[in-house]
Design a protein around this ligand. Structure first.
Ligand SMILES: [Zn+2]
Length: 508
């Protein structure tokens, strides 16, 4: 089995590649940027797995490298992505790698005979923010990547490119937040750490479990029912937490706690992502990859990185000043946006400066979801939490017909222009129209099952217009108003230099 891998040096790749290579029947061909750390990684892998490792030094945004990479492979595991915080500081490079890189790979697979199976890593960030009213989610839910999130937005377009391509075999895995070895170190070096709201719901997964899942997918006989579909990866009930609990778990290692280390107004209140998955068990039932909950992860982490426990010797107040006060000044920290008067960011994450000022100054006054009575019981999913997808989901796929497409389109504020459809054919593209009059061709799968809609107005890159869109698209409105007021009416923009702006749409 020859497996092409991009992103072998990333947080998942570093765990997944050795995992795959432990099976002697697997050979991995890695595409890596030529750098000192990557050369070191290659030397280490070659030393251990010798002839089962092939390497191409290059870049996924170079079509020639992609063609070399995929030639004669059985699988293409596309993990390479520019993720936050780097994606927040350099949007252009995020778009180039995440979208153009994926386009190059897909084209290369098709040109090389279209036999390799693409495993594409997408992200929970494509769904955008969820308030606690709708903190359960699943594939098919609306895709509303957060305002200014180049990572989520570029993955939405990359997904769509795959969905609408001529690729024969693909899967899209929407990965949740990953617990991996360098998590602590990477997080205490950027203001990004404050972008996780304390009351956001997160279903984590560990890098080890993700690697086991990938090995399971690659080692299983190809099942047509499984391929050409989208799946959410999450660790299940033992990985369901809120943002606050995650901070608290991390700080326990250094003898602190979230309440000792943070102030309540340091974090985003909205405009993040993550929720608990009602459908992450689908992959578990097929591949039995879950071994680690959040507690197992932190226990193992504490044993391996005992050095963090030395933090206990330092008073919590001093740690707070040493570690976090400098981070508040980082250009990716919400506090920095407040201090520097970045109205676009303030509006996106708080609603307004007045709303920011209303955040309580002490933790005693903050309503933390995880401290509420009965919180643990809410970790069991109930169907009543599910969002409406705008058509009768009790119908088997084989029975879906044009009238279902019309219902789904109407729920998205638009219509179907095609006047016929083969019942049950979710693959052949139909013609659709959005409320703004854009006409586009997409498969029923892309619209009804994957959560995509108009590629012009619902696929942000320079502008985020969800306040306006939600007035016309009930599919969006069902979540947007959990954390936004109907009178907000903002249009958010970012230019090529990364400059953000916001204006009231009525001022146009
Ligand atoms: Zn449109």
């Amino acid at each position: 089995m020859l497996i092409a891998v991009t992103g072998a040096s990333g947080s998942i790749g570093k765990t997944a590649v050795p995992f795959l290579l432990n099976n002697k029947e697997h050979t991995c061909r890695l595409l890596l940027r030529d750098s000192k750390p990557n050369r070191k990684l290659v030397a280490k892998l070659k030393n251990r797995y010798s002839q089962n490792v092939e390497v191409i030094f290059g870049d996924v945004s170079d079509p020639v490298c992609c063609r070399k990479l995929v030639e004669d492979t059985d699988f293409v595991l596309h993990l390479a992505a520019v993720i936050p915080p780097k994606a927040d500081h350099d949007e252009a490079v995020a778009w180039k790698t995440n979208l153009n890189g994926t386009e190059n790979l897909v084209n290369a697979i098709i040109e090389s005979g279209n036999t390799a199976r693409l495993i594409f890593f997408s992200t929970v960030a494509v769904y955008g923010h969820r308030g606690e009213q709708h903190h359960w989610g699943r594939v098919g839910d609306p895709l509303m990547p957060s305002v200014f999130d180049a990572y989520g937005a570029s993955k939405v377009r990359a997904e769509r490119f795959i969905l609408e391509s001529e690729l024969k075999h693909w899967i899209i895995l929407r990965e949740t937040g990953v617990l991996y070895d360098n998590l602590m170190m990477n997080n205490i070096s950027d203001g990004l750490m404050f972008q996780t709201p304390v009351n956001v719901f997160i279903e984590w997964v560990t890098a080890n479990d993700t690697a086991r899942l990938l090995d399971g997918i690659i080692s299983s006989p190809a099942d047509p029912d499984f391929w050409n579909g989208i799946y959410n990866i999450g660790g299940g009930i033992s990985c369901r937490q809120t943002g606050f609990e995650t901070y608290d778990d991390g700080f326990k290692l250094i003898g602190g706690s979230a309440k000792k280390m943070f102030e309540p107004n340091w974090h985003n209140q909205r405009n993040f992502h993550c929720f608990w998955f009602s459908d992450s068990d689908i992959l578990e039932e097929r591949f039995h990859f879950r071994r680690e909950g959040t507690k197992d992860f932190w226990d193992a982490f504490a044993k391996k990185h005992w050095i963090y426990s030395l933090g206990r010797l330092v008073p919590a107040g001093l740690l707070k000043s040493l570690l976090f006060h400098p981070l508040l000044k980082n250009s990716n920290a919400p506090r920095y946006w407040v201090e520097s008067g970045n109205e676009a960011r303030i509006t996106a994450v708080y609603g307004s400066r007045e709303k920011y000022d209303q955040i309580p100054g002490s933790w005693d006054q903050v309503d933390l979801v995880c401290e509420r009575e009965g919180y643990e019981e809410t970790k069991i999913h109930k169907a009543e939490y599910d969002l409406d997808h705008g058509y009768d989901e009790s119908k088997p796929d084989a029975e879906l017909e044009l009238s279902d497409m019309q219902k789904a389109a109407a729920f998205r504020g638009g219509s179907v222009l095609s006047d016929s459809m083969q019942t049950g054919d979710l693959k052949t593209k139909l013609k659709w129209q959005c409320h703004n009059g854009h006409i586009f061709e997409s498969s029923p799968y892309t619209i009804l099952k994957a959560g995509h809609w108009c590629p012009v107005c619902c696929s942000p890159k320079e502008e985020w217009n969800y306040d306006e869109l939600s007035k016309h698209i009930p599919f969006f409105a069902q979540i947007w108003y959990d954390t936004h007021e109907p009178e907000e009416n903002y249009l958010y923009s970012i230019d090529e230099t990364g400059q953000t702006s916001v204006r009231k749409v009525s001022e146009q």
